[in-house]
Design a protein around this ligand. Structure first.
Ligand code: BGC
Length: 670
């Protein structure tokens, strides 16, 4: 690089961030600003050689880095987001963020297109596996942890897809018709928290429209709320080709800094023309470019690489983390007669069966595809664990125990991007296989490998043991064996309700609510997920927050510091948790809130706190939860503000949204 460029003020890392940004911004010509506003070759921004601006590089995705389409550069494949969410362990999400950022850095890139945090509105969404949960609070806590982890390495997170991309059908054209209260209470909280609590450096706009306007040119969503109200200082990038039906000026004015993967509305000629016609202001263009530059500085783009956190890739530490997340994310759904954990000393023969026993899940599903150096399938994991001790056979009638791996995969119309599922049921041949296997061996363990709720009505009652193993990353097989043989006590809890029937599910009242057409009516409003099931007294197959353990936890001694609470006071509630079983294990203690009387309908339960606690047998622990006024609030559209009414609130603490073990109440007064 020329001597003169390297001595310019913006290159001087001892100057303040904003000073460097402004220095670089003022040196750019308007054409260079246009050029910087769109990408090239899928993952790169255009260079401005005159000023030594190289390409800013961003890669997918939410389960590990995917730097290309062929797997020439391999990376760690972590469990799907739904599995990570099922750990209910924010620390693991943070460590995951650190690890993927280290891999991004090792590849010489600057941003990871993750986390994906759209609310799981329907179990039919093809990307349910890529998103975390149906609940805004759990979503928020985990999203903040991931973003903090990523950015601690000076790599930008890109929080996606802003907003209401809750289905894949017609994703380029539908308009989510949604009211303000629902946005505020359900769909915004996690996005907002990544800005307010984790200072997210980038957001990705959605493909769809929100109340008639495309996400990439949504002035109210981006400029007004995200930037002005929430205080976002980063930049907004379009989802790939999300700008096809938008206008140049619409996107510039709304606050879209970067159009990916190539210039369409941000084609230099189109931008020039729109500028000459006075369709956008220079102030907005400058603001958009300034934001991109700011993130370039934040990731150390112009700084000495030795001054930045170091990158690493495919390390044993990352692989161990992938296994740990899988171990904690696997959910034990049913365990009759305590068939699990399997006793390696007593069992002689195990039959391992089913279409998913040898399924590799890294390749496929769309942009969350990964190319890991290896992937341990369920069969491999079990075989490895049983080596020299238990014989693996094919016939259930010949075995002490049979383990049947069924579920979905990443093919079109299953758990895959760009399509939604076409059936809520498992393929008929799998249901047949379950029934036949049970007939031959009553000690049959069904392990699901899938990324979204499925119907189980036809076969669940016949199955004594059921495990939800999701798509659990490159160490999946080992983690599954760890849980089945009791080396790990399961502690995962469902981050999404499993309905009995699809028609029980909140988004499935009519074809106007799902899949809709040019409009998708979010008529269920705030009653998403368990909020809907509870309010309408519909019993799900497995409730939100549910998951069994090999030990038993006792909840007792609920206490509050004060039973009358005023506006500025913290509400502290404590309980005692004891492991009264024979095995060490972790419990996710969940706190739900209920507003006993309110002027607007409110859910019966809203998750407002949780803690994952590990206890040895006989060990006990006092667990404290602190709530604030905001935790009690609902959004009132008439006042266009959050409101807390005077009155009684119940605190419900338990092991799932259905299994409430302790209750107390307090009186709140403004
Ligand atoms: C997906 C994004 C992804 C992008 C780049 C889009 O189709 O919706 O989530 O990051 O492609 O691969």
């Amino acid at each position: 690089m020329e001597e003169s460029i390297s001595s310019l003020p913006f290159r001087n890392s001892s100057l303040g961030l904003e000073e460097r940004v402004e220095d670089l911004l003022k040196r750019l010509t308007i054409e260079e600003k246009f050029k910087l506003s769109s990408g090239r070759l899928m993952w790169f921004t255009k260079k401005v050689k005159r000023l030594g601006i190289d390409s800013f590089v961003m890669y997918d995705g939410p389960h590990g880095v995917r730097p290309d389409y062929k797997g020439e550069r391999q990376c760690t494949y972590f469990p799907s987001a739904i599995c990570r969410a099922a750990t209910w362990n924010p620390l693991l999400s943070q460590e995951f963020g650190v690890a993927i950022a280290e891999e991004v850095r090792d590849l010489g890139a600057h941003m990871i297109l993750a986390p994906g945090i759209n609310i799981q509105r329907t179990p039919m969404c093809g990307r349910t596996f890529e998103y975390q949960t149906e609940d805004p609070y759990l979503n928020k806590i985990l999203a903040v942890s991931v973003v903090k982890g990523i950015q601690s390495q000076r790599i930008a997170a890109c929080v996606k897809h802003f907003i209401c991309n809750n289905q894949e059908t017609n994703r380029f054209t539908y308009s989510a018709v949604i009211n303000e209260r629902t946005l505020q209470e359900i769909y915004f909280p996690a996005f907002k928290a990544t800005v307010r609590k984790a200072d997210a450096w980038s957001f990705m706009s959605c493909y769809n429209k929100v109340n008639g306007i495309y996400g990439s040119e949504h002035f109210d969503l981006i400029r007004n709320r995200l930037m002005n109200k929430w205080g976002f200082r980063g930049f907004v990038v379009s989802d790939w080709n999300a700008t096809v039906y938008t206008s140049t000026e619409g996107c510039i004015n709304a606050g879209l800094s970067l159009e990916m993967p190539k210039a369409n509305v941000y084609n230099v000629k189109k931008m020039q023309k729109a500028f000459e016609e006075g369709k956008f202001s220079l102030e907005y263009l400058n603001d958009n470019v300034r934001r991109l530059l700011r993130v370039m500085f934040l990731v150390g783009f112009f700084d000495n690489p030795d001054s930045l956190p170091k990158g690493t890739r495919n390390t044993p530490e990352h692989q161990t983390l992938a296994r740990k997340i899988a171990q904690e994310g696997i959910v034990l759904l049913k365990n009759e007669n305590e068939l699990l954990p399997l006793n390696i000393k007593k069992i002689k023969k195990i039959a391992v069966l089913g279409p998913n026993a040898e399924l590799k899940t890294s390749l496929g599903g769309g942009s969350s595809t990964n190319f890991p150096p290896y992937e341990i399938t369920a069969l491999q994991g079990i075989t490895e664990r049983c080596r020299d001790k238990i014989m693996i056979v094919n016939s259930p009638s010949d075995a002490d125990v049979s383990i049947l791996f069924i579920g979905l995969n990443h093919e079109e119309n299953m758990d895959a991007e760009d399509t939604d599922k076409i059936s809520f049921k498992l393929p008929a041949e799998q249901i047949k296989l379950v029934k036949e296997t049970i007939k031959q061996n009553k000690n049959t363990i069904v392990v699901l490998i899938n990324g979204s709720p499925i119907s189980m009505e036809d076969w669940i009652n016949e199955v004594p043991v059921l495990v939800e193993a999701w798509y659990a990353g490159m160490e999946a097989g080992r983690a599954i064996a760890d849980v089945l043989f009791g080396d790990v006590n399961p502690s995962g809890k469902l981050p999404i309700t499993f309905p009995k029937r699809l028609s029980d599910s909140p988004a499935h009242k009519s074809d106007k609510t799902f899949p809709g057409n040019d409009k998708v009516l979010y008529d269920e409003g705030i009653f998403v997920g368990y909020r809907h099931f509870e309010y309408n007294k519909i019993k799900p197959l497995f409730p939100f927050g549910y998951g069994l353990s090999y030990t038993t936890f006792k909840y007792s001694k609920i206490k509050m510091e004060n039973y009358t609470i005023a506006a500025d006071e913290t509400i502290r509630v404590s309980i005692e948790l004891e492991n009264i079983g024979a095995k060490g294990g972790a419990e996710v203690v969940q706190l739900y809130l209920h507003d006993v009387e309110s002027c607007l309908p409110r859910p019966f339960k809203e998750l407002k706190g949780f803690q994952k606690i590990f206890l040895q047998p006989k060990q006990k622990k006092i667990i404290n939860f602190d709530l604030t006024r905001q935790d009690l609030a609902f959004f009132d559209e008439n006042l266009n503000d959050w409101v807390v009414e005077n009155g009684t609130f119940k605190i419900l603490i338990g092991s799932s949204s259905e299994d409430i073990r302790l209750e107390t109440e307090f009186y709140y007064s403004n």
